[in-house]
Design a protein around this ligand. Structure first.
Ligand SMILES: NC(=O)c1ccc[n+]([C@@H]2O[C@H](COP(=O)([O-])OP(=O)(O)OC[C@H]3O[C@@H](n4cnc5c(N)ncnc54)[C@H](O)[C@@H]3O)[C@@H](O)[C@H]2O)c1
Ligand SMILES: CC(C)[C@H](C(=O)O)[C@@H](O)C(=O)O
Ligand SMILES: [Mg+2]
Length: 367
């Protein structure tokens, strides 16, 4: 019997709603595999944890995460106005999410941008651009760069407030993510788009040097260098040219949300945050305060994160594929949540109905 302990951090906003669907799916998967058991451990995280305990990443949650085989996270964060009620360093992003990334050194963030041909109408891009669908992987460095560099705020001699925020990397950090990217490219179409800004940033100059060095070990992978600003344009004009893209933390944050735009909703963006010993899985998007509590969020990103966890942490590749297929089948039958409907002739469903339908589809598939 394989027993996996999973920490479940529902978080804030739509987090608990989409996490419910993940739990539903995990229980369905467990039922299908007599030799697998999931020990699900729910814990407070984010603003929900702060209001209850005074800490956004409380000790009790840390312990549960430390002891887990993998962590499944919903979404954290409040609306801009609500955030102001929490001291800056305890706001869920700085107080919970970044500390978790640092604690488990989850340096490799995989953000798949996938839309099959049949669902290309979800995209706001024109038929001639997106008609064949898209399938590329954004690999974002997740524990370095501007996010984790030294920060200083103060008042200068003239009484002006200032801030300094450093974009820091050492070669080891860059090498680690670049190797992950080359390995991923090797397992796919053997093309790696290296996204950088070496015309301005010294950090990109070192980054590109390392890409060149690591590339020596991957003569079978073609590297294409693109400046990050141009990459944003190409993602709109011709996203099909991409297969694997690698980039530093901040670039990856921004371009992966553009990925959600290409697909038609951030609700289609799951992710895996992989560390040397522990990985965690989360939607790429935020807590969507504008739709929270209405049972209308798209849980695809959350259930997709479950699929990534099954595949990458538990080696259950076939079941992960079944889960992707089950979700596509729900869409193929004309159902979707309002984020994807946009006035089209579709059958509108709620968050929990999507989860129910995914389970029904899954149950039809051979184990
Ligand atoms: N990893 C995380 O937990 C994470 C990621 C990004 C943002 N945040 C936080 O989330 C909060 C809100 O940020 P924001 O509004 O800028 O971004 P957001 O990603 O929460 O929402 C942007 C837009 O996308 C929509 N959206 C997002 N996920 C959706 C889903 N599953 N189904 C349907 N629609 C969806 C929202 O309704 C909104 O219109 C902020 O506090 C931010 O810091 C957290
Ligand atoms: C919430 C925030 C700290 C986070 C980030 O910027 O990394 C989010 O936007 C993401 O993309 O995971
Ligand atoms: Mg982001």
């Amino acid at each position: 019997m394989k027993q996996y302990k999973i920490a479940l951090l529902a978080g804030d906003g739509i987090g608990p709603e989409i996490m419910n669907e993940a739990i539903k799916v995990l229980k369905a998967v467990e039922k299908r595999h007599a030799d697998v058991s999931f020990d699900l451990q729910e814990a407070l995280f984010g603003a929900a944890a702060y209001f209850e305990t005074g800490k956004a990443f409380p000790e009790k949650t840390i312990k549960i995460c430390d002891e887990a085989d993998a962590i499944l996270k919903g979404t954290i964060g409040l609306s801009h106005e609500q955030s102001q009620k929490i001291p800056v360093d305890e706001q869920p992003e700085r107080g919970a999410l970044l500390p978790m990334r640092r604690r488990y050194n989850t340096f490799a963030n995989f953000r798949p941008v996938y839309l099959p041909k049949e669902l290309s109408f979800f995209s706001p891009l024109k038929e001639e651009v997106i008609g064949d669908g898209v399938d590329f992987m954004i690999i974002r460095e997740l524990v370095g760069g501007l996010y984790f560099g030294e920060k200083k705020t103060g008042v200068d001699a003239n009484g002006k407030r200032y801030v300094k925020e450093l974009l820091e990397y050492d070669e080891e950090q860059i090498r680690a993510i670049v190797q992950v990217a080359f390995n991923t490219a090797r397992s796919r179409k053997k093309v790696l788009h290296n996204i950088h800004k070496s015309n301005v940033l010294k950090s990109s100059v070192l980054w590109n040097e390392i890409v060149g060095e690591v590339g020596q070990d991957y003569p079978d992978v073609e590297v294409k260098h693109i400046l990050v600003d141009a990459a944003a344009t190409y993602l709109c004009l011709d996203p099909k040219q991409f297969d694997v893209m690698v980039m530093e933390n901040m670039f990856g944050d921004i371009l992966s949300d553009l990925g959600g735009g290409i697909l038609g909703s951030l609700g289609l963006m799951p992710s895996a945050c992989v560390g040397p010993e522990k990985s965690y899985y989360e939607p790429s998007h935020g807590s969507a305060p504008d739709i929270a509590g209405q049972n209308i969020a798209n849980p695809y990103s959350m259930i997709g994160s479950v699929a990534l966890m099954l595949d990458m942490s538990f080696g259950m590749k076939q079941e992960a594929n079944n889960l992707w297929q089950a979700m596509q089948s729900v869409f193929a039958k004309g159902y979707c949540t309002p984020d994807l409907a946009k006035g089209r002739d579709v059958k509108l469903i709620k968050t929990d109905e999507f989860g129910d339908m995914v389970v029904l589809e899954l149950e039809k598939m051979p184990v």
